[in-house]
Design a protein around this ligand. Structure first.
Ligand code: BG6
Length: 481
């Protein structure tokens, strides 16, 4: 069977940073690897007045460092057109439809359409309604709507947003992006848990002491201050990426590998999260904001970054203890942590197993077995075990079995775009997952908003406030990283 996919992409937000940095290079790699051949075209839209030629030069620029040859890059960019577009203006959709139909014929695309919304979420409903109303949705092929985060800012407005979109598209046609679901190591969670008897039978409260999710970044808010100051780490990283990982860690085995069945179990896991209350928030969650450090005087504190309010109380760091109401997970917390301007960029998941007493060894001779998924650039898996020291004596030392992925793996967006082309929703977020994630986050947000005194400052280039370490120490645990 040919792997060649046929589709017309219409990108709303075609002049944006995400399109330039992620989407165009991802499409190019799909082209280079023969997933897209001749039967595809892209229409970029945004308000700016650009010509096709100018747009195609931007495309060439965006793939400059990865192109195989000048000729191939030019052939690829030739598939791109630009239309200046006001999302509220019905006439603009008529012009867009004409161009879409024309490209459909020119490139023999068979009516398949992918609408990619990389815009402010308050425009999603309007765009979706116009796409349906002005017949851009094509009867002949598939129609899929890809939506970038943030999907709302709390449960109520994400629910409104979702209902707006559902007026024009079915849930089955909606592909909500969480780019972490395109990462190999996150995708490995399912196989690791359910394809290995070794882990499958141990993945429960009898054998696991705690799990840890760290999404640490060394960068600050960069030029995204305007967005970030209204979002904060809780909405920017925890609501989506971290809770998606949590759902994989707590979920039971799905009935099949179908995306609907996987979603059922993820939703169950999210629904079972124990909600935080104003009474217990200080024991379970802490928030911090980065400030200057004597060692790094040239690095700005958060409040001095561009487009940040001088008295901002937005958190740039969150650490918390996530617990499940599921009896199978009683007493097993998932400690989570994410922040900007931390020591290093480190993305990892650590599963800490319980230490078993033994007739042969004293408890203090043994370390925990720890399974670690390295999600970031150093992708791989390691397993810490107790082993006899090499040589004459029989002392026990912790030893690490390491697997490093050394091949070039496809980028997150490259994988997600291919999945969307293939109609595979397993790496996209279903509405109910979004809904329960927001309910969990809203409870934390409300408790924090009622009391601004608990914002802790941490110096840049550290792993957050001391209280993030206390959170584990009070349970007799410690951060593995
Ligand atoms: C995005 C956040 O979703 O994820 C950013 O909006 C963050 O603030 C980014 O920097 C991190 O992604 P990654 O893939 O670099 O870990």
């Amino acid at each position: 069977m040919s792997q060649n996919q046929k589709a017309l992409f219409i990108i709303f937000g075609g002049t944006g940073d995400l399109a330039y940095r992620k989407l165009y290079p991802a499409l190019y790699k799909l082209y280079k690897n023969n997933y897209l051949n001749e039967n595809f075209a892209v229409i970029g839209t945004a308000r700016r007045e650009w010509t096709d030629e100018y747009y195609q030069n931007i495309i060439l620029d965006s793939i400059d460092s990865i192109k195989t040859s000048e000729q191939e890059a030019k052939a690829f960019a030739g598939h791109f057109r630009y239309q200046s577009h006001n999302v509220n203006d019905t006439d603009n959709y008529h012009t867009l439809k004409k161009l879409a139909d024309q490209l459909d014929e020119e490139y023999q695309i068979n009516g398949n359409r992918i609408f990619y919304l990389s815009m402010s979420p308050n425009l999603f409903g309007t765009i979706a309604a116009h796409l349906r109303g002005e017949n851009l949705v094509n009867e002949n092929g598939f129609n899929r709507l890809i939506i970038e985060k943030p999907f709302g800012t709390n449960f109520n407005d994400s629910n409104d947003l979702n209902n707006d979109i559902l007026q024009s598209f079915d849930e089955e046609q909606i592909y909500r992006i969480d780019h972490y679901l395109g990462k190999d190591m996150i995708q490995s969670l399912l196989s690791l848990k359910f394809a290995n008897p070794t882990f499958k039978h141990l993945w429960n409260k009898d054998f696991i002491s705690n799990m840890q999710v760290t999404l640490a970044e060394d960068i600050g808010v960069e030029e995204r201050g305007g967005y970030y100051d209204t979002s904060g780490a809780l909405r920017d990283m925890i609501q989506n990426h971290v809770l998606q990982i949590v759902s994989f860690l707590f979920m039971d085995e799905p009935a099949s590998s179908q995306s609907d069945d996987i979603a059922v179990e993820k939703v169950k896991a999210l629904k079972n999260l124990q909600l935080i209350t104003p009474e217990n928030i200080d024991d379970k969650f802490i928030r911090g904001q980065y400030t200057t450090s004597e060692e790094e005087p040239s690095v700005l504190d958060y409040r001095s970054e561009p487009n940040i309010e001088a008295d901002s109380t937005t958190e740039t760091f969150v650490a918390g203890k996530v617990e499940s109401l599921d009896k199978n997970w009683e007493g097993v917390p998932i400690y989570i942590r994410s922040g900007k301007r931390m020591k290093d960029k480190e993305t990892r998941i650590d599963i800490v197993f319980k230490n078993e007493p033994s007739n042969l060894y004293e408890a203090d001779e043994l370390s925990e077995n720890i399974l670690t998924l390295h999600v970031g650039s150093n992708q791989g898996i390691s397993l810490q075990i107790n082993n006899k020291v090499v040589g004459h004596n029989f002392d026990i030392v912790p030893t690490s079995l390491d697997y490093k992925m050394n091949e070039q793996t496809p980028d997150d967006y490259e994988k997600l775009l291919l999945n969307a082309l293939q109609g595979n929703k397993a790496s996209f977020v279903y509405w109910e997952e979004v809904a329960y994630s927001w309910k969990y986050i809203d409870a934390i947000r409300e408790a924090w908003d009622a009391d601004s005194s608990n914002l802790l400052l941490y110096p840049v280039n550290t792993n957050g406030p001391k209280e993030a370490f206390d959170l584990l120490e009070q349970d007799g645990n410690y951060w593995v990283w």
